[in-house]
Every structure is written in structure tokens, then in C-alpha cells.
Design a protein around this ligand. Structure first.
Ligand code: HEM
Length: 334
């Protein structure tokens, strides 16, 4: 039953007394304080000051804002992944954060992974805004004012990967097997992280400036996160579930969909944008860092898989194939 005002005041009195506070002063504060507004709560004014194009091309605003939208979704994904890693928050009856739970509930696990899936599905669907929502002529001009910055430098994207899987699965596929079962330390594996290949100059084989700057800012943090998550990434949390939950279709399905969303569907729509803007008849427009994006970006070349144990050998062989031909090139590969 709804509590009376007097009962509520008594509860408040107890709450403040526990902290040695006098409820009277707080009631004065309540009388004096303003009503909360939407614009203050959502920080609308601040949010709308964060778009600062470098050129006068109107479409650059779309480019900045869509990246910002993506980073916000990435933040939502990381918010869920962290909670899964630590078994979920324990909130007391009075609404207080009481730390992390001792045990991971399988239903909670599947639901939270599904939330991350929803975020990635929203991003995959909305990527049309990038692919068809800007004039190519404008894009090719204003991008020159943005060098050597690249979405490649999105730290949250890499943090999502680190949170989702055993670090070995993020090692370049050509050397991955050399490290399997060897228990190599994270900083050793990090030297062969898959993304180095996407930021090596075609002409010289040297690391691009884009990569050097990225490493300078984030490498230490990535290695620390990978160590922190070595026994609490999503795969390890799955393995910590009771055996009957591990064979539960809903749990397995949530993980497989996550694998497809992050490692095939989003990379493919993203790749489609590179094809749309950077592919030209007389040769490709160089990628930001002078790399061969056509050989790097497609998932069938990267073969990044979070949960190889959940797929058949055939499915792994065909990773990322099919979709490209029908959706990017409009034909089926013979
Ligand atoms: C017109 C739109 C876009 C084009 C043409 C494009 C193009 C590219 C290219 C060519 C690369 C390869 C690395 C490089 O040379 O810079 C790349 C990497 C990347 N971009 Fe984009 N991009 C676009 C939009 C976005 C958006 C909206 C995001 C969202 C954050 C994003 C995130 C990334 C990420 C995470 C990588 C690294 C992928 C990997 O390592 O597998 N890109 N992009």
C-alpha cells in the first residue's frame, strides 16, 4: 500500500539521521530548489555545442553527428558489457548501489547480451545515413581536412571487442594459431593485434600516423582492460554459467547474434560506405592512412570471430561471405 506523507517523512528522517544529517535543512533545500527541466537533465545545450565542422561543406555535419551517435551507442554497449562482466549491480531496497552481485544469473546474461545486440542492430540499420545520406563530392572534399583522423581510432569499438571475447581471438588470424594454448601474456598478443594490418602503409610497410597516434593514446589502456577482462569477458562469463544454461538455446543464440552483429553485419555496412565513397573507376581513393581498405575491411578477410566454439567448421570457413556479393556488389559470387 502507498505510504502516507507522514510515514514518508519518518523514513526520510531515518535516512538522513543515519548519516548524521538534519532532515529539516534538507526540507528547506527542497522548498527552495527549482523544478527539474528536460533540457538540464538531458544536457541538451551542451550536447548541441559538440558539433564543430572543420569545413563549410554542409554534409560534414552529418558525418560528425553520425560518428557521435555511434559512439553513444558504443557507450551503451560497454555499459551492458561491464555489468555482465561483474554479474550485475546489487541495488538495495532503498535504491542504493551496494556493489556487484556474487553470481551471474543466466537470464540476466542473455537479456543483457540481447541489449547489446539491439544497439548494434540499430547502428547497422541506420548506417544508410552514411552510405546514401551524404553527397560524395562533398565527402571527398571535406575528408581532406580531417586527415589523419579515422574511425579506426574509435577506442570504444576496440573496448567492445576486448570485453566480448578472449584476447587470442583478436590476434591477427595469420599468426593466431601460433599462440593458441600457449598462455602468452596479453602484451605479447597485443603486438599482433588484428587492427595493425588496417594501418600499415602499403608503400613502406610502416605503421601509419593514424595508428601511431592511436597507440600513443590508448595502448596501455587496452592492455589493462584486456588483463582485467581475461577472466570476465563475455565468453568467460558464459563458461561460468551452470552447464544447463550453457546449452540453453536462448543463451547460445544471443551470443551467436552478437558475433554476427559485431563481426559481420556492422563491418559490412561500414565497408559498404567505403565502397560508395572511396571506390572509383580509375582506382580507389586512398584510405585515411594510405592502407588497402579493400583487403582489410571485409569480414571474410579479417575473420574476426568472438565465439569460434559456437560455429561449425563450415560456418567459420564462410565467415562474412555471401552478404557482400548480394548487398554491396549486387551479384552472387560464382
Ligand atoms: C562515409 C563513411 C565512412 C567511410 C568512407 C569510412 C571509411 C573507413 C576506412 C577506409 C577505414 C580503414 C582505415 C582507414 O584507412 O582509415 C575505416 C575504419 C574504421 N572506421 Fe570508418 N568509415 C566511415 C564511417 C565510419 C563511422 C560512422 C564509424 C563509427 C564510429 C566508423 C568506424 C570505423 C572503425 C571502427 C574502423 C576500424 C575498422 C577495423 O579495424 O576493422 N567509420 N573506415
Amino acid at each position: 500500500m502507498e505510504k502516507t506523507i507522514t510515514e514518508k517523512i519518518k523514513l526520510l528522517e531515518d535516512k538522513y539521521a543515519q548519516m548524521g544529517q538534519d532532515i529539516n535543512s534538507y526540507l528547506d533545500g527542497l522548498l527552495l530548489s527549482n523544478y527539474l527541466t528536460y533540457w538540464d537533465y538531458v544536457e541538451v545545450d551542451t550536447l548541441l555545442t559538440l558539433q564543430k565542422p572543420k569545413t563549410d561543406y554542409p554534409d560534414e555535419l552529418i558525418f560528425i553527428m553520425y560518428h557521435q551517435i555511434t559512439e553513444l551507442y558504443f557507450k551503451l554497449a560497454l555499459h551492458e558489457l561491464e555489468q555482465i562482466a561483474y554479474n550485475g549491480k546489487l541495488i538495495s531496497a532503498s535504491g542504493k548501489d551496494e556493489g556487484w552481485k556474487d553470481q551471474l544469473d543466466p537470464v540476466y546474461f542473455a537479456e543483457r547480451v540481447t541489449r547489446v545486440n539491439r544497439y548494434f542492430e540499430a547502428l547497422t540499420k541506420s548506417f544508410e545515413i552514411m552510405i546514401n545520406g551524404m553527397e560524395k563530392e562533398q565527402f571527398l572534399r571535406y575528408r581532406m581536412a580531417l586527415l589523419p583522423a579515422s574511425g579506426f581510432q574509435s577506442a570504444q569499438y576496440r573496448m567492445i571487442e576486448i570485453s566480448c571475447t578472449d584476447f587470442i581471438n583478436l590476434v591477427d588470424k595469420d599468426v593466431r594459431d601460433n599462440y593458441k594454448g600457449k598462455n602468452a601474456p596479453i602484451n605479447e598478443l597485443f603486438k599482433n593485434i588484428y587492427w595493425n594490418k588496417g594501418a600499415t602503409e602499403l608503400a613502406t610497410g610502416k605503421k601509419t600516423l593514424t595508428l601511431n597516434q592511436f597507440e600513443k593514446k590508448y595502448s596501455k589502456r587496452f592492455i589493462a582492460l584486456a588483463n582485467e577482462y581475461s577472466n570476465r569477458n563475455i565468453w568467460q562469463k558464459y563458461l561460468s554459467l551452470p552447464k544447463e544454461a550453457q546449452v540453453d538455446k536462448r543463451v547460445i543464440n544471443a551470443l551467436k547474434v552478437l558475433d554476427i552483429n559485431v563481426n559481420i553485419n556492422w563491418p559490412l555496412v561500414h565497408y559498404k560506405s567505403a565502397v560508395r565513397y572511396l571506390q572509383q573507376n580509375e582506382g580507389d581513393v586512398a584510405a585515411t592512412g594510405g592502407t588497402n581498405w579493400q583487403k582489410y575491411l571485409p569480414p571474410r578477410f579479417q575473420k574476426r570471430v568472438f565465439y569460434p566454439e559456437l560455429w561449425t567448421a563450415e560456418e567459420l570457413d564462410n565467415w562474412g561471405k555471401g552478404w557482400v556479393e548480394t548487398n554491396v556488389f549486387g551479384k552472387v559470387e560464382s
